[in-house]
Design a protein around this ligand. Structure first.
Ligand code: DHB
Length: 384
């Protein structure tokens, strides 16, 4: 009887220990533009992150995960202030999000000083991850997403190209990568146009591009501006003038593509994700995403939110729930998994994303526009 009683007590003690450990909360901060011009990216990131948690539960490494979403309105000063608040007051183990390059850049010094990892879910300028040893990237880099379409253009008879990009980090990366790749393949750049990020009036730039009579115009703008850009491209009749429209997949954003109209059919882009990607993982992801968000089609930001949380979960599993920032960032290095986008990993040296990049054509299938993948570059690192 006495033995039974002590066994019971020991059993209860074990149960209680287990329960209190599971109740120990690990907080993940997600800083996203939920209002302002980049809100479309914020909505996708948050939907992807929440979907991952809904499908995979909130218990990892013996801890309970809590996601704290904060709106930075797409303004770098606010991103930095929120990052500090989340780290100091909320004691988050990891921060994530960053819907624009300058927003990620703004938190570099904060995470370096506090040794709290930050997982990038959008910002695509190559240099960002090098600015702090606590950055890891789950999205893409512009050089990675640009060179395949430059090769495609050179291989498909295009000799003269005009590039038009947003005048900030990712646009400059795209512009330089396109030029380097296209010229190495024998092509010529007729002009490198840069439109200010703040004013999405592309008309004068598109007119200039048209007047130069290139074989193709290469485009990059941040995805939330894609609808405005493509409306102006179609209105200006570039395709009718015999100019091929090419770009990174940001400009044929999956969430806005149907609203762009049939004028974008035939556009060629290269990118790391299409919602039409043909795999069981993606079919399941798209179906679940649409069930949870009937008004939205998942795009690259949605899948990066999903994969970003996966990366954090995998790191917490590896550390057994230890939330030390240096242990967590080390656990992210070399992580690899099959994403809805295809296989991906985190380069252990650079903490940057390694993934397949696809060349795609806009096509109409079952009454909807899609980016249909037709060529593949495997396991692409950021070509620094
Ligand atoms: C960035 C933002 C985007 O919306 C996008 O599509 C690509 C890059 C950026 O600011 O890095």
């Amino acid at each position: 009887m006495k033995m039974l009683k002590s066994a019971l007590v020991a059993g209860f003690a074990l149960l209680a220990a287990g329960a209190s450990q599971a109740q120990e909360v690990v907080k993940i901060g997600l800083i996203a533009p939920m209002t302002g011009p980049q809100a479309a990216s914020g909505r996708q990131m948050v939907a992807g992150a929440q979907l991952y948690m809904a499908l995979n539960g909130n218990k990892v490494g013996g801890k309970t995960i809590q996601l704290i979403v904060r709106d930075d309105q797409g303004t770098a000063d606010i991103t930095r202030r929120i990052a500090q608040e989340l780290i100091v007051n909320e004691k988050v183990a990891v921060i994530s999000g960053f819907g624009l390059t300058p927003l990620a850049m703004a938190v570099g010094p904060v995470i370096t000083q506090s040794k709290v990892p930050a997982v990038i879910m959008v910002a695509g300028t190559s240099s960002i991850v090098g600015t702090s040893p606590y950055f890891a990237r789950a999205s893409f880099t512009l050089p990675q997403n640009t060179f395949p379409v430059a090769e495609w253009a050179a291989k498909n008879g295009m000799k003269n190209v005009v590039t038009l990009v947003s005048d900030y980090g990712p646009g400059i990366d795209a512009m330089n990568t396109f030029k380097k790749t296209f010229e190495a393949a024998g092509g010529k750049i007729l002009d490198q146009l840069k439109a200010p990020l703040e004013s999405p009036d592309f008309a004068p730039f598109l007119q200039r591009a048209k007047d130069l009579k290139p074989d193709a115009v290469f485009l990059f703008v941040p995805a939330p501006q894609a609808g405005a850009l493509m409306k102006q491209v179609v209105d200006r009749g570039l395709t009718q003038a015999g100019i091929k429209i090419i770009g990174t997949g940001d400009v044929t954003d999956d969430d806005q593509l149907n609203g762009m109209g049939d004028g974008v059919i035939g556009m060629i882009t290269s990118y790391n994700y299409s919602s039409a990607h043909d795999s069981p993982e993606n079919k399941n992801f798209v179906a679940e995403f649409r069930k949870a968000n009937p008004q939205m089609r998942p795009n690259v930001m949605g899948v990066s939110g999903y994969d970003g949380i996966h990366l954090i979960y995998e790191a917490l599993k590896k550390t057994n729930g230890n939330t030390d920032g240096t242990a967590l960032i080390n656990a992210m290095k070399g992580a690899s998994w099959v994403s809805p986008r295809g296989p991906m990993s985190i380069d252990p040296e650079t903490r940057d994303v390694v993934q397949n990049i696809y060349v795609r054509r806009v096509e109409k299938r079952d009454g909807e526009l899609h980016n249909i993948e037709f060529d593949l570059f495997k396991n692409v690192k950021d070509p620094k």
